[in-house]
Ligand binder design. Structure first.
Ligand code: OAD
Length: 234
């Protein structure tokens, strides 16, 4: 039976694809007022601003951005391991790379959901991204006429996928954390769910401080994942 390898990825894994991280210098939260565009209060106060912010991010992602060698390397690891990816990212680069099991902790950019019926979740079609239709209209509505919101976890909201994510980490033989500043909770706490015997790796060119039982690979995601593959498959 293959060993279970769980990945916990953050914005850094998509940086070399051209997605902005949040907290690096010049990152998204330097450019936009975070509590206005990414909080429950911000959305309540100014829905058009939030729709515009995520619409712009979506257009950038679908027009210019492709998975990089780090996303693809994690797909290659599926030959050797039973791989599950937990990502804080709202982009779909793990899916586009071909990863089989991806859990989005903070939601997905390409989905909207009804505000009246949260169980109604809509996948946005790429071909509607550039016109003035569905995703660029500020007061977007679903086919029932109900208003929709980005299917993204705002600050101040609960993280419904945290429990399944923590359960995956508890089962991991190997945990690989990639490209996250480890400042946003509860995502940053996932590492604490690793069992004592789990091997834990952390790939980040500017790593946060972590316990000494974590093997830190202080490199960019593409180089770090290549090194990890060599380490784990030799
Ligand atoms: P951050 O922007 O906080 O951190 C990005 C991390 O990526 C930093 O530790 C960088 O050192 C690292 N990094 C930069 N370039 C890299 C590269 N080429 N390869 C590998 N790592 C690199 O992003 P997150 O930790 O993902 O939430 O942020 C967590 C959450 O905060 C996000 O999911 C988002 C944000 O508010 C929501 O929007 C709900």
């Amino acid at each position: 039976m293959k060993k279970k390898l769980v990945v916990s990825s953050g914005a850094g894994i998509s940086a070399e694809s051209g997605m902005m991280t949040y907290r690096d210098a010049g990152g998204l939260w330097d450019t936009y007022p975070v509590m206005e565009v990414a909080s429950a209060e911000g959305f309540a106060a100014n829905p058009p601003l939030i729709h515009e912010f995520y619409s712009n991010m979506r257009k950038k992602m679908t027009a210019n951005i492709k998975p990089n060698a780090a996303h693809l390397g994690l797909v290659e690891l599926e030959k050797y391991f039973d791989v599950n990816i937990i990502t804080q990212n709202v982009d779909d680069l793990h899916e586009r790379a071909g990863s089989s099991h991806v859990l989005h902790l903070h939601g997905e950019l390409m989905k909207m959901r009804s505000m009246k019926h949260p169980e109604r979740i809509y996948q946005l079609p790429c071909d509607q991204l550039t016109d003035k239709g569905l995703v660029t209209t500020v007061d977007t509505r679903d086919p029932y006429g109900d208003p929709v919101r980005p299917h993204i976890v705002f600050f101040g909201e609960s993280v419904p996928e945290f429990e399944p994510a923590a359960a995956l980490v508890q089962q991991a033989d190997i945990l690989v954390v990639i490209g996250t500043s480890l400042v946003v909770y509860p995502a940053a706490a996932l590492i604490q769910y690793a069992r004592r015997e789990t091997e834990v790796y952390y790939i980040d060119p500017n790593p946060a401080s972590v316990p000494d039982w974590v093997h830190v690979i202080p490199k960019k995601a593409t180089e770090g994942v290549a090194e990890l593959i060599t380490l784990l498959t030799k």
